[in-house]
Ligand binder design. Sequence first.
Ligand code: ADP
Ligand code: 5GP
Length: 245
Amino acid sequence: MAGILFIISAPSGSGKSTLVNEVRKQLTGIEFSVSWTTRPPRGSEQHGREYNFTTREEFERMLAAGEFLEHAEVFGNYYGTARSSLEQARDEGHDLMLDIDVQGAAQVRAKMPEAVSIFVMPPNPQVLRTRLRNRSRAEGVQDGAEVMRRLNAARKEIENYREYGYILVNDILDRAVAQLEAIVLTERFYRNDEPIAFRADRVLEVAATCLLANSQERLGPVLEAFRIGYPGQQELPFEEDSDDD
Ligand code: ADP
Ligand code: 5GP
């Protein structure tokens, strides 16, 4: 049985790693690709677990040797998915989940249009700012300018939401985890005839509500909060990264 390729993208700080880690605990038969990056490790990150950390020189060598399925430059660092991750999952008949940015997702979709793509959004910029700050504090870093940079980048990334098949708004974590699981189980059901062991009707219904086509109502307030669809507005309405909330 062919494995399914899942692509998950989200603005930094939306909670994608948290979500993926939760789903990892619950589901079997799915591999999570460990990307290569030239950014330094953050907090408790370990080489080979969150990322394969490498130098720019080594990354460029791998790129020239055609070792990447996709790659992108994000916040001044290279990130890439090794072709070997995909090959290994294929050989083992496992599903594979790629946690990649919107540029990488477009490259993979062009090569593999059958991939299932999922976009995770934070509910609004205020929540995103709080999550970015909390994460920085937990990692012992305080960089207000970096938080602002990521907030403004978030808006640009969210503008690409229409390119994804499913949309998750990560407001309440448990609900978003259940939605992500439902998407995986539903795709396995439709593509590979895999039965859903528990409350199948509910699982299919939850996944259906996350389809892009069914997401307009949930998305409206998020797009408005991020000022998406306001042509003149290039920056989010934060004066500076003050600690006022
Ligand atoms: P990403 O992988 O998208 O960059 P993280 O998973 O590192 O984001 O999450 C950013 C921060 O937000 C972390 O401190 C995490 O614990 C927190 N977080 C994630 N999801 C939620 C949620 N639904 N509610 C509250 N906090 C969350
Ligand atoms: P972070 O540095 O916060 O872990 O990740 C920054 C961004 O890089 C996130 O949007 C994340 O999805 C993206 N990213 C991580 N790995 C890859 C990858 O292999 N390829 C691409 N294109 N983006 C990646």
